[in-house]
Design a protein around this ligand. Sequence first.
Ligand code: FE2
Length: 381
Amino acid sequence: MNHTNHNPSPKLNKVVPEAEDFLPLLGTDYIEIYCGNAKQSAYYYMTAWGYKPVAYSGLETGNKSSASYVLRQDKITIVLTSPLKPDGPINDHVNRHGDGVKVVALWVDDANKSYLETTKRGAVSVFKPEVRKDANGQVILSAIKTYGETIHVFVERKNYSGVFLPGYEAWSPSVPVESVRLQYVDHMVGNVGWGEMTTWVDFYAEIMGFAQLISFDDKDISTEYTALMSKVMSNGNGRIKFPINEPAKGRKKSQIEEYIDFYGGAGVQHIALATSNIIETVTELQRRGVEFLRVPSTYYDTILNRVGEIDEDLEPLRKLGILIDRDDEGYLLQIFTKPVVDRPTMFFEIIQRKGAKSFGKGNFKALFEAIEREQETRGTL
Ligand code: FE2
């Protein structure tokens, strides 16, 4: 077997000792998607994706401006929010971007300190630390801007025992929900405009204290027609990983440019969700109608020469369209959905890591050619 190590192993340029990390992050707290019809989106995420209903905020709970549905699967919490009246910031967001991620909330021990340390270094404030209380205790929230209209909310919940946040009530509709065994957010990718990658890499490095794990240039990520550049930023303990993509010049339109055109600016491109059994997870998602990108079946003819031995049988991987890649530390299995909204913008990745800490560089070419075939059908290549 040919175990070519074509992937750079992810190396931290600087390792930040926990004690010196000015922004210790405990994990992704929640991801909030602003959408046109949160009620129906919630049904999709419950029935197709297996998220359990957790909490609700809306007219019945005293919220007169928006409705929010909180869903959870293991450590992944998503919030789906729609406006209730014709005008306002949520309406503007949906009008401009379509359904898209507004909030990437980060779980912290101290939302005051997180806000002070980041704004001191130049972060733009969205709102100052505020205490929210109910019968279950209190949370402290604060927020700063990141790329596009996306924001980071710092969530301090150590003195709170409620189901989600004050203002929400427990919600248990009679919808049949069967988990697909998704476990946690592995990484979240942001697409930014021409020449903006460095700005946002610097933002995560200087303002958030992240380190750069890996860099890909247009030589790594290009096909005959299109190209992009990417840098992966990670926080000190490695729990939060944010790759940042920028379009690069090719003979045709980059998928990143297509995203920027349709999203109306920078935003979250994909959310990678981890599973411990990708074959079971993807079998079930496909059965429920979730659509995935497909690479040509010839991909599987030579794949084992490239990645060496793997634990799984190749046949189910080929049948489902799951991709395989290897780095110095192990291998990974991954697959990407088609966009899950009407615009060619947001999608999901399902990933199972078997030692590998990288992002599937060996699959980029086959994958981007698959995306180009989709762009072709949309007339956006
Ligand atoms: Fe990814």
